[in-house]
Design a protein around this ligand. Sequence first.
Ligand code: DGT
Ligand code: CA
Ligand code: CA
Ligand code: ZN
Length: 570
Amino acid sequence: MLDEISELISVEDFPTARFETRAYKKAALTIATLQEPIEEVYRKGGLAALMELPGVGKSIAAFIEEYLKTGKTKKYDSLKKKYPIDIGALTSIQGLGAKRAVILYKKLGVRNVDDLKKAIEQHRIAKLEGFGEKSEEVLQQGLAFLASGSDRVIISVGLPAAEDLIAKLRKSGLVEKALVAGSARRMRETIGDIDILVISKKQEEVMDFFTKLPEVEKVIAKGPTRSAVRLKMGLNCDIRVLKPESFGAAVQYFTGSRDHNIEVRQIAIDKGYKLNEYGLLDKKGKNVGGIEEEHIYEKLGIQWMPPEMREARGEVKLAQQHKIPRLVELDDIKGDLHTHTKESDGANTLEEMAEAAMKLGWEYINNTDHTKSEPVARGKDDKAFEGILKKVDKLNEKLENEGKKFRVLKGAECDILKDGSLDLTKKTLEQMDCVVGSVHQNTKMDEKQMTERVIKALDSGLVNVLAHPTGRIVGVREPFKIDLEKVAEAAERNNVALEINSNQRLDLSDTNIMLVSKYKVMFAIDTDSHRTLEYSLMRYGVGTARRGWVEKERVINTMNLGKLEKWLDG
Ligand code: DGT
Ligand code: CA
Ligand code: CA
Ligand code: ZN
């Protein structure tokens, strides 16, 4: 509600509209990142406790109180009366901000995504003043992207949901084994449905238990060995109860991918076996598969490989030659080179970010607040960075005095401007340990321009990591056009690591990682955390790296601090 209000006020022009837009946005962020529900905060401390929250003043505290007491607010209702539009959904479309959404409502009566679709089909946006053919095309693309992503969810939402279900099954005491298979086990960037496999002697009880879980919205099918449900979170979930002697074959089969399975099955046939989800059958029809999927691969004379590799991209051939690489693992990660604090658009202080990283056993983080061309993210100029760098020094001193083996590196997430220049002076950047360069704005250039822009920044010799190299956000924003091979060449030449962003971007993607891996380029797997809780996203960056066959030696933040510093200086 706070977010929607912020969007709607942003189109108003009363004197304090800009101020209020920011205030509501900030309060929304605060509440979204609270460690406990807002109801709790209010129950324990009333209005006063609300007002102690960062970014919550008197009027927003009153607003929250009104909402908690009555379930609605006058402010929201009156704004919705004035603009009866689905502002959240409309502004999630790439190329459509609140101002233009309101114009579309006033001129064409567009209230929601469906209306927008119709307006585009009828070519009404192309004819609208201030929009035109190009705008219509951009919106059409935005819509297409929304549609293609709408029935899949990002791995960082899908996998935890699957793991919660697994935990409940294990706790029920009804199953001997339970695991997640399918695309979630392969760490695919989006998940179409969750596949769960269990071994149990109590088939019917398992199915009763599972279909009655509070997460279940409706039961699609229910049988003794297989059920399918619709979860409230918006995904379907398949569950299969298996016999122990089939488990290995079933895990192999249902982990997929389909194309990988086709290649494996061919090998089985060539060796005189029959392979299906029930077992690996020899010529006499005897199941020689086993309880673990390793047995299946072993019997077929091919090396077991991590699920992330099973996409029919050459891994089966490699496994036949017993040349499966040792991929980077979450445990190899020693720190995070892209993190934000309250100083710009993050939710935690530098101390809190450092403290949380230490708890994970990391040796360092790089403090990378935004630069001035990102005013929405409260980006900082050279002068402000002077202060930030001093703060980092001070914190490091304190940590050292406390005998903690942890270091905060001095950095910035420095905008790469339209012409390829950097958003801070050389003098400032040279004082930093690790500069992360990012393209955030003017992304609608052609491929040649964008490639030149990024290469110019890398050739400056001032950048250490190129953040989210294609600018995409999964399910939200398509990648911009850029020649990644040329960028990789420049990165190799300049000793710049390419980022694998673990946040909602997952950028580089698995296939792009493979594309640039032809070059001797290094990677940095970062969380781009805007709050301590987001450190937990690291596993998805690692998963994406593994899907791109990345080995530990290629990832700079698997190095210990001393080695990393040498690399950054080199
Ligand atoms: P998703 O759900 O779209 O994110 O992707 P998956 O890979 O989880 O696909 P899903 O849920 O349809 O099926 C799970 C696994 O079962 C799949 O990865 C491989 C296996 N599988 C399903 N259908 C077939 C098939 O027709 N042939 C073969 N060989 N395997 C299949
Ligand atoms: Ca699936
Ligand atoms: Ca499935
Ligand atoms: Zn960032």
